[in-house]
Design a protein around this ligand. Structure first.
Ligand code: NAD
Length: 485
């Protein structure tokens, strides 16, 4: 593998932010950042050591003490200035994001914009954290509530939206008055580091926002075990979420978990098929399908299944697969080798189970983790791809006869993050909205996430909500004060 010089874009050595200063990790191990488009090694990042982690924990306590004393208005000002810096540096940050993650530059630019927007929304929402005065049962006594920041937070973010998903956690925690230690995914530390730079440059006190990169298990175990950390938030796989939840349970620490899903789509025979395919295809191939709320199991009523599949295949064939830096590209590579291999195995397994390959089903090019947009028809429910989230550009379609049957098959898995329904019937839409088991349901639309709206799953997709006032509330603890006159 060639070593590409990324020093013009980022200083790979100094990726640990501890107590307001950037420095190299002292752990001995290193994590590697690889360009998904070429498989070239972009950077070796020295991992955080136990003493780096210990210093960050100490600084988080001091940073929390300073940050919580700022007024909500001052905190909002810092977050807003951080968002403005993110926008001002968007060109460079988007390039970094595309280099480390593979997504097309236009999508990277959009992610920078969304991250800035998310920080701004939380800045404003933090100004609207109010307590309540509550009637008392005892004459002469009054009750009121005082929301308070919960304490220093450990935040773990994944590689699919390294910037936006970090902004959601960091924005909410800082707006609530908490300090944060952010551990971005090993594969994608650069864009997240840029956001930490922006917020620190905007005027955070030292230690209010820090970042550690290194061996994920070592960092998470040490942070969760520390008395200093009072809340944990993780976005990633169900397996890792389960592990971190067990560690938090041991210490009785609250954790927000946004884990994998496997979003079913129920397309009824009265739906506007062309409009459905247009919106579903646009979101499906965004970020090469690596979106937690991505439509990923397609149940289509038998009478319209053929038309739906043909229209989807046509949309899939129009996707231009290539490196994210090429302006003609509409879909980049998968973000890492294990995802490409997993997608490949799921497609092979589906075909072994009798699925019909309509388009795609192969790698693209000699180098880079490219996989062609793929449509599979007649996929049986026992094929792995119907039970395991592909997290890639794969569209497995199965036909159904009755709505009861479709809802039962859609609800057959233990995960429930997002679900979608397409119909022109009010009655069917109401049933799908009420009965599809998921934290978020899109009816005739695919957009489920915005800073204003709570987002999160049920069952194995995790618990707790991010974004919205519910997300901010998860970083607050409510003190009840009773006062006798
Ligand atoms: P994985 O389990 O290998 O890792 C998931 C993430 O967790 C990575 O970012 C990794 O750095 C981090 N991690 C791993 N061990 C950790 C630990 N002990 N402590 C803290 N962090 C740790 O999974 P993967 O191969 O990256 O993805 C597999 C599946 O996870 C996907 O198919 C998808 O279902 C899910 N996923 C979901 C999201 C999301 O946005 N909800 C993001 C990424 C992955």
């Amino acid at each position: 593998m060639d070593i590409v010089d990324i020093r013009t874009l980022a200083d790979a050595a100094a990726l640990q932010c501890v107590a307001g200063a950037w420095r190299s990790g002292r752990g001995g191990a290193e994590t590697q950042v690889v360009d998904p488009a070429s498989e070239a090694l972009l950077a070796r990042v020295p991992a955080a050591s136990a003493s780096d982690i210990g210093e960050a924990l100490e600084a988080a306590t001091a940073g929390f003490d300073a940050w919580r004393r700022r007024t909500p208005l001052e905190r909002a000002g810092v977050l807003r200035r951080g968002a403005a810096l993110l926008r001002a540096r968007a060109g460079r940050i988007a390039l970094l994001l595309t280099a480390e993650q593979g997504k097309p530059l236009a999508e990277a630019q959009r992610e920078v914009e969304q991250a800035a927007d998310t920080l701004e929304w939380h800045a404003d929402e933090g100004r609207r954290v109010y307590g309540r005065v509550i009637g008392s049962r005892w004459p002469g006594t009054q009750f009121h509530t005082q929301p308070e920041p919960i304490g220093p937070v450990a935040a773990f973010t994944p590689w699919n939206f390294p910037l936006m998903l970090s902004a959601i956690k960091v924005g909410a925690a800082l707006a609530a008055g908490c300090a944060v230690i952010l551990k971005p995914a090993d594969e994608t530390p650069f864009a997240a580091a840029e956001m930490v730079h922006c917020l620190n440059d905007a005027g955070l006190p030292a230690g209010a926002l820090q970042m550690l990169v290194g061996v994920a298990g070592e960092i998470s175990s040490a942070l969760i075990a520390s008395e200093a950390i009072r809340k944990v938030s993780f976005t990633g796989s169900t397996a890792v979420g389960r592990l971190l939840a067990a560690q938090c349970g041991e210490r009785l620490k609250p954790i927000t978990l946004e884990l994998g899903g496997h979003a079913p789509v129920v397309v009824c025979d009265d739906a506007d098929i062309d409009a459905a395919v247009r919106s579903l295809a646009a979101i499906k191939f965004r970020n090469a399908g690596q979106i937690c709320a991505n439509p990923s199991r397609f149940f289509v009523q038998r009478a319209v299944a053929g038309r739906f599949i043909e229209a989807y295949a046509e949309a899939a064939r129009e996707v231009r697969v290539g490196p994210g830096t090429d302006p003609r590209t509409t879909m980049g590579p998968l973000a890492n080798r294990r995802r490409r291999d997993a997608v490949e195995a799921l497609v092979a397994d589906a075909r072994e189970h009798g699925a019909r390959l309509v388009c795609g089903g192969h790698r693209v090019g000699e180098r880079g983790w490219y996989y062609a947009p793929t449509v599979l028809a007649d996929v049986p429910d026992d094929a792995h791809v119907m039970r395991e989230e592909p997290f890639g550009p794969v569209v497995p379609v199965a036909a159904f006869d009755t709505l009861d049957e479709a809802i039962a098959r859609a609800n057959a898995l233990d995960v429930g993050l997002a679900a979608f329904g397409y119909t022109r019937s009010m009655a069917r839409a109401r049933r799908l909205g009420n009965e599809l088991r998921a934290g978020a349901v899109g009816l005739n639309c695919v957009t489920l996430m915005q800073p204003e709206t709570p987002f999160g799953g049920v069952r194995d997709s995790g618990f707790g909500r991010e974004n919205g006032s519910e997300g901010l509330a998860s970083y607050l603890s409510v003190r009840t004060v009773a006062t006798a006159a």
